[in-house]
Design a protein around this ligand. Structure first.
Ligand code: PBG
Length: 325
């Protein structure tokens, strides 16, 4: 006790780095990329200043640029030219995500890990993550087959990891079976396992053109008040064959990240989502927050809570900053 113990002894700027418990590394980052089949120039996303959707022919260069910064992985979100009720353009050989993956693999080869977001909401006219009936119910089981097919089409194009985000029950198992049946036994699944029904996804829906025509996502995404339920979701996904599990959003759910990592000890990803990005950008643009420091602190906190990897729209900014240190 004081005066023998003086916590301030190790807080001098010289000694501080020696006793820091958590560090953020560029290797922890996964960079989201939006590829839009309908555009020929980058289109900035209004609610995500500094972030754009990219046309197909720019995607390989972007991947190369991300890889050159030392970021190990990107996650691709495809925005198709055509949507329909069943999301059939999610799984065609020549659909947007498949084309983008092939372009990246051709240019950047194994320089970067290509993760594909695997969901129907960008591909359906109603914008929901599953098949919908006339009563506007989102149907679980008929969706699984489509997700399986989509996973195989991504793997065939060369995806290194598939990341189902639709929160359908049994989706991980269905995708694992489909991949295995088609000789893609070594393609891992990163499952959005504890995905909350969050208002923080607002800007993403503009970015990915995946706003929904009716209802909400409450029948499939998790209740924001629940923590034990997240443990059950994660346990199920691991049992079904998930290799990496994800918690989403990140900063408002640090307790979930912590519990998941502690209980399961599996590779754990956290998604620092579009709304988390927008909040920081808006405050920074007003001169109310120091963007650089707030971003670093946010991501470091997510890692300190237990995340092994972080999906974040700040990936490139942080990579630059780490490199300049
Ligand atoms: C699609 C999906 C969403 C996000 C990632 N995949 C949106 C949603 O569930 O409505 C959100 C990502 C973000 O907000 O950055 N299922």
């Amino acid at each position: 006790m004081f005066p023998i113990t003086r916590m301030r002894r190790l807080r001098s700027s010289r000694l501080r780095p020696l006793v820091r418990e958590t560090e953020l590394d560029v290797k922890d980052l996964i960079c989201p990329v939006f590829v839009d089949e309908t555009i020929t120039e980058p289109v900035e996303i209004n609610s995500m200043p500094g972030y754009s959707r990219l046309p197909l022919d720019m995607i390989a260069d972007e991947a190369g640029c991300i890889a050159d910064m030392g970021i190990p992985a990107l996650i691709l979100f495809g925005i198709p030219a055509k949507k329909d009720e069943m999301g059939t353009h999610a799984y065609g050989e020549d659909d947007v995500t498949q084309k983008a993956v092939r372009a990246i693999k051709k240019e950047a080869g194994n320089d970067i890990i290509v993760i594909t977001d695997l969901c129907l909401c960008e591909y359906t006219t109603h914008g929901h993550c599953g098949v919908v009936n006339e009563a506007h119910e989102i149907l679980n089981d008929p969706t699984l087959d489509i997700l399986g097919k989509t996973a195989v089409s991504h793997a065939r194009a060369g995806a290194d990891i598939v990341a189902p985000s639709g929160m359908m029950d049994g989706m991980v198992k269905a995708i694992r079976n489909a991949l295995d049946d088609n000789d893609f036994k070594d393609v891992p699944i990163m499952s959005y396992a504890a995905k909350y029904c969050s208002a923080f996804y607002g800007p993403f829906r503009e970015a990915a053109g995946s706003g929904y025509a009716f209802g909400d996502r409450a029948s499939y995404q998790m209740d924001i008040g629940n923590s034990n339920e997240a443990m059950r979701e994660v346990a199920l996904d691991i049992e079904e064959g998930a290799d990496i599990i994800m918690v989403k959003p990140a900063l408002p759910y640090l307790d979930i990240i912590y519990r998941v990592k502690k209980k399961f000890g599996v590779p754990t990803a956290a998604y620092h989502v579009s709304g988390e990005y927008a909040m920081i950008k808006a405050a920074a643009q007003n001169g109310w927050l120091d963007e650089r420091r707030v971003v670093y602190e946010s991501l470091l906190s997510i890692k300190r809570a237990g995340a092994d990897m972080i999906l974040t729209y700040f990936a490139k900014d942080v990579a630059k900053e780490i490199a300049s240190k």
